[in-house]
Design a protein around this ligand. Structure first.
Ligand SMILES: Nc1ncnc2c1ncn2[C@@H]1O[C@H](COP(=O)(O)OP(=O)(O)OP(=O)(O)O)[C@@H](O)[C@H]1O
Ligand SMILES: [Mg+2]
Length: 495
């Protein structure tokens, strides 16, 4: 043990302004920053939260008010401290905080000045302001007894018995020194505010579903439920509990587009405006969504998994194991739980692919009058087995029908490829190798498949095929037979 009492010491306190500038770079955006402020309101027991703004160019303010239990002067000063609580401290289940940083880091990420006004039942409001310009000037960690002049920003707080308002101004990154009459800047600002609204409806959808009111400019924000609870035809996997029952996983396969109304299909696109963006895990920590549609590094996003969404519920006991970050937008499953999560995810994904491909398969079976067109064929020559490229396959045909000087070279090159197919090697590997062989285009870019499918489809339609027949024909050509789910995208191109 080192005997500290005998050692000389020197103070190396952090330099206030550069430390805060560093915190500004944590990587929040407006959406995650507002969500972090709302976390605090929920932890404070709020039943109503109001998100509002006053557009005024560079002087724009954003303010978030709640009717939670509020703070007294001493509590507020402590709340304004960076690292106001130790991340290792055990917190209540319903507490959404962890680092003692969110209020400050989220605010500073968006603005250079913010004021927190708070009142407890029966008490007068108290307020304090963090001002980066003052910190730069004073070179201290001091906050100011100051509140913004625009009374509208804390009007709501006057109407509630207890609560807290966080007011941001000098929102330098968002308003970019623009003037109030700059319509373009205003448009950009309104756009990010709108997407923040949608983000809030998603992140807090369970709370909203349970009666919490979050208002955006006095209009209630609607919840967006990624699992589309209540919609007909959803297939849910059984719930699995791991980590002594403290983590719950449940995969869902949402209905195929053909089984949804256009409204339901659009709803499913969610705030990220795409089914593909929304496939994957949804990690909830104490019912608050941290990760919304991500495969957590386990798989890539591919269209045929569009219907797969997996619920993963953790509690704040897992914060350090799951590497929850300051912004509450990351969760990483630890090695101990990763394997089981992977297995369960694979089950749900397999089911999702089945549903996704079902309609394509039906088309393939029902309408096909043509025989299957493989790329490779087996044939016998002098009592020996050989493989050659199918000269009737459209891709091979196309290659050889160019009608220019290159055709002979191509023909020759194909011959060399055909004569040297490593059949013995393939057979040995197939029998002995633990690694299974992949299917055509597995895990690589599918653009060429879709492009060629579209070309073929166009040609067939031009040649008088009906849409149904053209699709059925394509579904029976290798390798498109493995990607029947893309058939549906073909119709759009002749519209
Ligand atoms: N709206 C509010 N109502 C009541 N108390 C609040 C409110 N906002 C913040 N506080 C108090 O201020 C403290 C600091 O908030 P801050 O967001 O900085 O950290 P945290 O919520 O504890 O943790 P995290 O960094 O994970 O958000 C909170 O722990 C809470 O006690
Ligand atoms: Mg917080």
């Amino acid at each position: 043990m080192i005997d500290y009492s005998k050692l000389e010491t020197a103070k190396v306190e952090p330099e206030a302004s550069s430390t805060i500038e560093t915190y500004r770079a944590v990587g929040y955006n407006l959406e995650t920053a507002i969500a972090d402020i709302i976390d605090n309101s929920i932890s404070a027991g709020a039943g109503n939260i109001w998100v509002d703004y006053l557009w005024d160019g560079a002087a724009t303010t954003i303010f978030i008010t709640d009717d939670g239990h509020g703070m007294n002067n001493k509590e507020l000063i402590q709340a304004m401290r960076l690292g106001s609580r130790n991340p290792l401290e055990k917190r209540e289940r319903k507490d959404l905080g962890r680092f003692g940083l969110g209020l400050k880091t989220a605010s500073f990420s968006q603005c250079r000045k913010f004021c927190v006004i708070s009142k407890k039942i029966g008490s007068e409001p108290v307020y304090w302001t963090w001002d980066l310009d003052y910190v730069n000037q004073s070179k201290t960690w001091d906050i100011l007894k100051y509140k913004p002049v625009n009374k509208n920003a804390f009007k709501k707080l006057n109407e509630v018995e207890s609560g807290t308002a966080v007011i941001w101004w000098d929102i330098d990154r968002l308003t970019e020194n623009s003037s109030a009459s700059d319509e373009k800047a205003k448009g950009r600002f309104l756009e990010v505010m709108e997407s923040s609204k949608n983000h809030i409806g998603m992140v807090f959808h369970r709370f909203i579903g349970n009666g919490l009111n979050i208002y955006f400019r006095n209009r209630k924000i609607a919840a967006w439920d990624p699992f589309m609870t209540g919609t007909n035809g959803i297939q849910t996997r059984p719930e699995t509990k791991i980590a002594k029952g403290n983590i719950t996983i449940q995969g869902s396969v949402l209905p195929h587009r053909s089984k949804l109304t256009p409204e339901e299909y659009n709803y499913g696109k969610g705030p990220k405006d795409s089914w593909t963006n929304h496939q994957g895990f949804y990690v909830y920590r104490n019912n608050r969504l941290l990760v919304a549609g991500d495969w957590l590094g386990m798989f890539k996003k591919e269209t045929h998994y569009d219907l797969c969404r997996i619920k993963l519920d953790i509690t704040n006991d897992f914060d350090s194991e799951w590497q929850i970050d300051i912004k509450k937008s990351q969760a990483i499953p630890p090695a101990a739980q990763r394997q089981i999560i992977l297995v369960l995810a694979k089950e749900a994904r397999d089911l999702a692919v089945e549903v996704y491909r079902h309609r394509g398969k039906v088309i393939k079976r029902t309408f096909s009058k043509d025989s299957f067109l493989p790329i490779w064929e087996e044939y016998v020559r002098h009592s020996k087995r050989f493989y050659r490229l199918n000269r009737h396959h459209p891709i091979v045909q196309d290659l050889l029908n160019k009608g220019d000087d290159s055709t002979r070279n191509i023909e020759e090159a194909l011959k060399f490829i055909e004569e040297t197919v490593p059949v013995p090697l393939i057979m040995i590997s197939e029998n002995q190798n633990e690694i299974s062989s992949g299917k055509p285009f597995e895990g690589i870019n599918h653009d060429p498949i879709l492009r060629i499918m579209k070309e073929m489809y166009k040609q067939m339609i031009n040649n008088g095929y009906s849409s149904k027949d053209a699709k059925a024909r394509i579904a029976n050509i290798e390798p498109f037979d493995s990607y029947v789910e893309y058939l549906e995208q073909l119709e759009d191109i002749i519209a």
